[in-house]
Ligand binder design. Structure first.
Ligand code: PRX
Length: 653
């Protein structure tokens, strides 16, 4: 645990309150604060009875015998139960009254479109599951998925879930090095990819990146690569290893029953950044995760059968797993999916999608909202956004002004805004307004979801009072929580359950106000949130020092108006190398190539020496001040040797 950021000490006051509009509350699943409080209280006082009742919403092949077995820090939920996530998301709708309902309403960046009904989804998923079977993949095997945002990405995930294969989706913005690292950590037997995907009018060379990752036997566990044809893009081909998706599905049957799996069967691994070392493989299992995302989707988005639901996240991140695929499909929702960039061909694209598809629920990230604010109100003003009835945000704190703009310009002043706090590790939304029940304050994620018990504590784990900034922890298990870090249970214990004993450590700073509303204040560890993308500074630092010119590197996050935070790298160069603009560019490019473009530092500053404490720790808090030109420090713009500053500021670290 490193130092808390100054933001935590700033107690901001927000006086504006937006109660649920009466006409919204009248037809909401949860209609009043009283109803929320009653259910919340029940969920905390009798958690097992509460979750058991909720679990009735799912289809079970065999009912569970025990709701929760908690041996800190390991939870097992719904022991003895047999269930299948794919069956819950697909079959029970396809074989029932929702067969002809649209599951995915997809739009490609070039403008191509496709609707897939639940019946068609079942056929496609079953076929692809048969392909996976024909490759000899067995229950428990890992399959990596590196695809553009096309329905086949969800089909691939669901086909894995159908058979009990554990998927690990790698975001399409990651580079070959990042793919290799994840594929090897997960020991994936197969990789599913595409010839490319469209982004800002360009083809992202997904298959080529996979080829590079796998070259020269670098991923020895991978036997097969399945390639979906998206772009008619010329690609290299390795006979015996590579298989065309369209050829493979043509020769298999569309009958492939979902396999009954234990409740705790591993559903997926998703890699995320931590404060140290390599990415962590967050492991989610079947029943608890599915239950958590199913009921949060229903209550937080107040989902009704006629809704047209659009979560703009890429499925490569947890938001896409929980709220593009598993949560909405388990609720038989119609899900809008858009492949490309918001500014393609212009900044009206998203609003045109809302207008054309009559989107009713929109869930996105504050960064996107801030980008649109910059572009001006004329873009949304060109389109009819009157179909919208609920807005949501996720991924980073939303500043009250962005909240207000979203509410007024996009929501026409009539739509509640749900600011949802959660993490890859939590699997499901944890702190959020319920839109028909909980009055919203711009910038606050408000109150905990049912069964969730967050606390704000100090370093010693003692609870803090209202408006005292501290560490956000969660003091009891919840169904969708991560079960471990794949292959590294010790790190799981260390990272989440040892920083403060007997509670789950979120890594976020927070306070709660006199109404019990939570205000998230950003990470308190060395994780930086750039445009809602979570990046570990240690990972970027070790990439930088692997460059021949770099001796030492320290990376910090600096507040940024659009992206929330931006990366600033302080670098010392080895003798014989010149500190030049060319080297700056080269280093930024080096990081982009090795991790992904979204990890590229916004600024690289050369230093003769990095400021360090007597014990040799880099003084990050001081570097943050330098990066933001904190007036307290005076002019540091031409400073190259930070050792004098370090001596002056040692006490603060
Ligand atoms: O710092 C919090 C921030 O995003 C982190 C989790 O990132 P990730 O695992 O990538 O998951 C993002 C999508 C769930 C958290 O530790 N965060 C997420 N949502 C919010 C938030 N910070 C403030 N307000 C939020 N609503």
């Amino acid at each position: 645990m490193t130092t808390t950021r100054p933001a935590i000490e700033n107690v901001m006051r927000e006086e504006r309150i937006f109660p649920p509009p009466p006409e919204f509350a009248a037809r909401a699943h949860i209609k009043s604060m009283e109803e929320y409080k009653r259910l919340y209280q029940e969920s905390i006082e009798q958690p097992e009875a509460f979750w058991a009742r909720m679990a009735e919403e799912l289809h079970w092949f065999e009912r569970w015998q025990q709701v929760l077995k908690w041996e800190e820090p390991h939870a097992q939920w719904f022991l003895g139960g047999k269930i299948n996530a794919c069956y819950n998301c697909v079959d029970r709708h396809a074989d029932g009254p929702n067969a002809e309902k649209v599951a995915f309403r997809w739009e490609g960046e070039p403008g191509d479109r496709r609707d897939l009904t639940y019946r068609q989804l079942k056929t496609e998923v079953s076929r692809f599951a048969n392909v996976l079977k024909s490759l000899g993949l067995q229950r428990g095997d890992r399959v990596a998925i590196y695809m553009p945002l096309v329905p086949e990405l969800a089909i691939a995930m669901l086909a894995c879930a159908r058979l009990g294969l554990t998927h690990t989706v790698i975001f399409g913005g990651f580079s070959a090095d990042a793919i290799r690292e994840r594929v090897n950590d997960a020991k994936a037997r197969a990789v599913i990819t595409a010839d490319g995907g469209w982004r800002r009018g360009q083809i992202v060379p997904l298959k080529a990146n996979v080829d590079t990752a796998l070259a020269d036997g670098a991923c020895p566990t991978v036997e097969k690569v399945v390639v979906y044809r998206r772009c008619e893009n010329a690609i290299a081909w390795q006979e015996g290893r590579d298989i065309w998706w369209h050829e493979a599905v043509a020769s298999v049957s569309d009958d492939c029953p979902a396999v009954p799996l234990d409740s705790e069967h591993p559903l997926y691994i998703l890699y995320t950044s931590g404060s140290t070392g390599k990415p962590k493989g967050v492991l989610h299992t079947t029943a608890g995760y599915l239950l958590g995302v199913t009921i949060t989707t229903k209550y937080v988005f107040d989902l009704h059968p006629e809704d047209i639901y659009w979560c703009t996240a890429d499925v490569g991140w947890v938001t896409g797993h929980s709220y593009v695929v598993y949560g909405p499909l388990a609720n038989a929702a119609t899900v809008v999916m858009y492949e490309g960039a918001p500014q393609h061909p212009d900044f009206g694209r998203w609003w045109s999608i809302v207008e054309r598809h009559r989107v009713t629920i929109l869930y996105t990230a504050p960064t996107a909202i801030r980008t649109f604010i910059r572009q001006g109100e004329q873009w949304p003003a060109k389109y009819d956004l009157s179909s919208l009835r609920l807005l949501g945000t996720v991924g980073e704190p939303i500043n009250p002004e962005a909240w207000m703009w979203y509410h007024r310009v996009i929501g026409g002043g009539r739509c509640p805004v749900v600011d949802t706090w959660w993490q890859t590790e939590t699997g499901m939304i944890m702190i959020t307004p319920l839109p028909g029940a909980i009055p919203q304050k711009p910038g606050s994620a408000t109150l905990p979801f049912f069964g969730v018990s967050p606390k704000v504590v100090n370093r010693e784990g003692q609870p803090l009072g209202p408006n005292e900034g501290g560490f956000l922890v969660i003091d009891r298990p919840w169904p969708a929580m991560l079960r471990t870090l794949y292959g590294d249970d010790e790190r799981y214990r260390q990272q989440y359950w040892s920083q403060i004993p007997h509670v789950y450590f979120t890594g976020d700073g927070a306070r709660y106000d006199e109404d019990g509303y939570f205000w998230l204040m950003g990470r308190i560890d060395d994780v930086v949130n750039v445009s809602g993308h979570r990046l570990g500074t240690a990972e970027i630092e070790s990439t930088l020092v692997s460059h021949p010119a770099v001796a030492e590197a320290a990376v910090i996050g600096r507040p940024d108006e659009v992206t929330g935070e931006a990366l600033v790298a302080f670098v010392t160069v080895k003798s014989g190398f010149t500190k030049s603009d060319a080297l700056r560019k080269e280093l930024a490019e080096y990081v982009a190539e090795r991790i992904g473009r979204f990890a590229r530092p916004q600024e690289i500053r050369f230093a003769d020496a990095l400021p360090k404490t007597r014990s040799g720790k880099i003084m990050r808090r001081l570097l943050r001040k330098v990066a933001t030109n904190d007036p307290e420090l005076g002019d540091t713009t031409t400073l190259e040797d930070f050792s004098v500053l370090a001596r002056l500021h040692e006490e603060e670290e």
